[in-house]
Design a protein around this ligand. Structure first.
Ligand code: SF4
Length: 397
């Protein structure tokens, strides 16, 4: 069974001011032992799920670029051996520009990583400082250049917009500079002020201005237009990939209604999530969705390692997903894609067509101009992609 693999690396040199991910500073001394336990988990899960064949492997975090290339290589080797990782698998690694140099990147490429996701975030050093990032813009540029020299032809860049005090002009500069690096892929995220984070506390205390959601929406629309003109297809609400042909509009249906037809640079791993297909998460706090169940591993790396060293792999937050919820989630996730959800595929999976399952909801959303529905395919309208949360909620039971 085709199942994407996710590996979580819960270490960072320093916590960014906005981050609420499952990651920790000050625990890097655990790195080698963590990898040992992770490799034991691979064997354990492979014995439980011998049917898995993995088309993609994604190292996320945290900061996976803090692992040694040989450690990454060992995990890739295990995935090939135990999960039948495909010969042409997309193998992505998230890298913090402040943690990589030419030698590391050559090492990562040599052990099989073929897609690099660089957390650049901003082209302005004062914004990077405000975010608590450990790198400067120049270091991000150097990391991008070193990645090319190391052999990476598939580089993605992450940027954040809607920052406290950020103007449209400064966002435009960030975007222009990022595009000038000629990445194959861009992911743009609106800043979310997560409770308890230092950035949220600074805003709450009045030390930083609150982000303006209307301005953030302008930034998003500007990015959509600029990236379309620069040769990128917006294939998902927050993701753009360089296309083999130009995108006719900023939110166009991909050729033949298929994201992969845009070109080889779409993120194949995340497509699995958006199509609500199975994935297996490995490592501390990693979440899995497989066989109609969702679960998480123990969240803290020390707890995860202690249990693993004792031969236990507890599953927490276990949910058995009812068919009605799976249908709703399939729509909620699928509508994030410009390809939307095809009626034939939905019917093939759930035995019922979209019109039958959601007649009134579809009529209401179409009347509000939030979706396009022609009886064959359902997708967000250009307006709907700005108001996605309103649409997604309508499909959940
Ligand atoms: S580098 Fe990424 S995972 Fe680590 S603290 Fe910063 S945002 Fe969070």
């Amino acid at each position: 069974m085709k199942t994407a693999l996710y590996v979580h690396v819960p270490f960072c040199l320093q916590r960014c001011a906005y981050c609420d991910f499952n990651t920790y500073s000050g625990l890097l001394s655990l790195r080698a032992d963590y990898v040992t336990v992770l490799r034991q988990e691979i064997r354990y899960r492979a014995a439980l799920y011998p049917e898995i064949a993995a088309p993609t492997l994604y190292f996320g975090g945290g900061t996976p670029s803090l692992l040694l290339p040989e450690e990454i290589g060992a995990v890739i080797g295990d995935a090939r051996q135990h999960f039948r990782l495909a010969a042409d698998a997309e193998i992505t690694l998230e890298a913090n520009p402040g943690t990589v140099d030419g030698e590391t990147l050559r090492g990562l490429y040599a052990v099989g990583v073929n897609r690099l996701s660089l957390g650049v975030q901003s082209a302005h050093n004062d914004e990077l400082r405000m975010l608590g990032r450990i790198h400067t813009w120049d270091e991000a540029v150097s990391a991008g250049a070193a990645a090319r020299q190391a052999g990476f032809d598939n580089v993605s860049i992450d940027l954040i917009y809607g920052l406290p005090g950020q103007t449209l002009a400064r966002w435009k500069t960030t975007l222009e500079r990022a595009v000038a690096l000629e990445p194959q892929h861009l992911s743009l995220y609106a800043l979310t002020l997560e409770p308890e984070t230092p950035l949220a506390q600074a805003v709450d205390a009045g030390r930083l201005p609150a982000p303006d959601p209307d301005l953030a929406a302008d930034m998003y629309e500007h990015a959509s237009e600029v990236l379309c003109r620069a040769g990128y297809w917006q294939y998902e609400i927050s993701n753009w990939a360089r296309g083999v042909s130009a995108s006719p509009t900023a939110w166009a249906l991909p050729p033949a209604g298929l994201t992969e037809a845009i070109g080889p640079w779409v993120g194949r791993h995340n497509l699995v999530y958006w199509r609500n297909q199975p994935w297996l998460g490995l490592g501390a706090g990693a979440c899995s969705w497989l066989g109609g169940r969702r679960w998480s591993n123990l969240r803290h790396p020390v707890a995860y390692m202690q249990a693993g060293q004792a031969g236990h792999w507890p599953e927490t937050d276990v949910e058995v997903i009812a068919s009605s919820l799976e249908r709703g989630e399939t729509l909620m996730l699928g509508l994030r894609l410009a390809e939307g959800v095809s009626d034939a595929q939905f019917r093939g999976r759930f035995g019922v067509g979209l019109a039958e399952a959601y007649r009134d909801t579809l009529a209401q959303l179409a009347a509000a101009g939030l979706v396009e529905w022609d009886g064959v395919r359902l997708r967000l309208s250009a307006r709907g992609r700005l108001l996605g949360n309103q649409v997604f909620g309508a499909f959940l039971p």
